[in-house]
Design a protein around this ligand. Sequence first.
Ligand SMILES: [Zn+2]
Length: 462
Amino acid sequence: MKKIISLILVSFLSFSFIIVKAEDDFDSNRDYYIEMCSKPDSQKTNEEVATCNAFMKHMASQSSALNKQLLEIESKREEISSNIKVYAEKIRGYDSQISVLRKEINSLNNEISIKEDEIQLKEEEIVAQQEEIDALKEKLKERMVNSQKTMKINQYLDVIIGAKDFNDLIRRTNGINDILNYDQASLDQMAYLIEQLNIAKDALEVAKSELDSKKQDVVNKQNTLLVYRQEAETVRQEYLKKEAELEAEGNKIAGNLEAIKNTMTEIASKLVEIAASSGFARPVSGGRVSAGTWYYPASFGGGVHLGMDIAAPSGTNVVAVGNGVILKSADGCGAGYLGNTCGGNIGGSSGGGNQVYLLTNINGSLYAVKYLHLLAGTPIATGTIVSAGDRVGAIGTSGNSTGSHLHIEVFYLGSGTIANYAQNWNGDLAFGASWGYSALNRLCENGIGAPCRIKPESVFGG
Ligand SMILES: [Zn+2]
């Protein structure tokens, strides 16, 4: 009995060992098993039939796991893009509030400069009136001094000259009965002028206080503007983070991977013939680097930016940077806008718009190059063999883009061959070099081996 038990135990252990070994084997020798299992059962040994059943089960479980993963990615992607829509709306809201405030501040500044002109005129008027009054006083004083004998009002002279306003003057001159009619007229005129002067001074005070309150208004509105700007900035940064997350999800698996594999298998013999190029060709002739790699400039929110942006007019040729094959091409997005996620829906990177992925051999090393935001209708087809300088598409502004530009990323993939890589590619649109913030851990410049991200500026120039 003991012997039988140990025999069963031994056969059970060795059986499960075979299965475990086969599971590993199924993945690394997939092509071998596909060929073996494609034979009719009549030509297989019993052992082969059992192995093929296990292989089929393994493949089925893998594909259902992959489908589940794709569904999860899809729902996460939807959640993130709806968040992004909210952020983009918030930013638009802040932008419009900021532009209303700017207009208000401009018109207040205009009013202030009009007020300031008005005040200056009033001040000049007051000076002139004051001069007129002084001249009149002087004239009156002279006359009074000259006709002291008849007028007998010398003692009142200073009293009259010192009058502050009309009522004061009347009060002060009431007692003087023997004043001459001629001088009475001058006194009346002086009284009138003093009254006008006081009115002008009051108006000046009102204008000055209005000016102060308008200036305070401008200060308040500028403070509000700053608050809005800061809030918009915070939202923008949050948005860029979400954007990176979305790109991460969008990058995981290229759509229609099976079709790509079939294409690459069909052109396998041509892939082998592609000659290595010497050096990187420029992807766009002319153009201007509008944003550099790894981070956006602080004015853009400073978020992670995994490629170089080259701004150029819509329709400008975008060319292959080396000899190779178009590993993946996606087309069908119209002109985009900030927050547009078009790209994922056509099997490419989310937000990347119309895109092309070139696999190339330069100086004996393997590279993948990602071209985003191309003009609709221009990306050349998956499986096209290209030479350095051949057109792969044209500059556009599809996907998450606010103006005509090319976003280009470069991946170093080691020393393998184009043919081998193309036929075994797993569909990862970041080629194993990660995306979003975690991509910053896979930069070739930090001594990370393949697959790693190359700063485009280092091969194309800033
Ligand atoms: Zn970019």
